[in-house]
Write a protein that binds this ligand. Structure first.
Ligand SMILES: [Zn+2]
Length: 99
């Protein structure tokens, strides 16, 4: 995904849900994000790829809403923290010891 695509998606979430996100607030929005991650895990355990696709889209949408509330540019901070090489070992692909 290009940097500008991420920016456009985050802006779209602001247009669609910005007012509702502000009313809901950051804590409840974070709870929704966590709920969606749980739903992705459930879909994975059921081996349901259609459901997994829906859940990752929801996760990205809720993460974008979270960033809108926190005034964080998701694309900017993501590319900054994860440039073209691993931020720890500076290799691509990463050569760090596995966790
Ligand atoms: Zn690494």
């Amino acid at each position: 995904m290009e940097n500008s695509d991420i920016k456009r998606f985050q802006q779209l979430m602001e247009e669609l849900y910005g007012i509702r996100d502000k009313r809901r607030g950051i804590e409840k929005t974070l709870l929704w994000l966590l709920t969606e991650v749980g739903e992705l895990m459930k879909a994975y355990l059921k081996d349901d790829i259609t459901e997994m696709k829906g859940e990752v889209a929801d996760i990205f949408a809720w993460l974008s809403s979270t960033c809108n509330l926190l005034k964080i540019d998701l694309a900017e901070v993501s590319w900054e923290k994860y440039p073209l090489n691993c931020p720890k070992c500076c290799n691509n692909p990463c050569n760090c010891p596995e966790l």
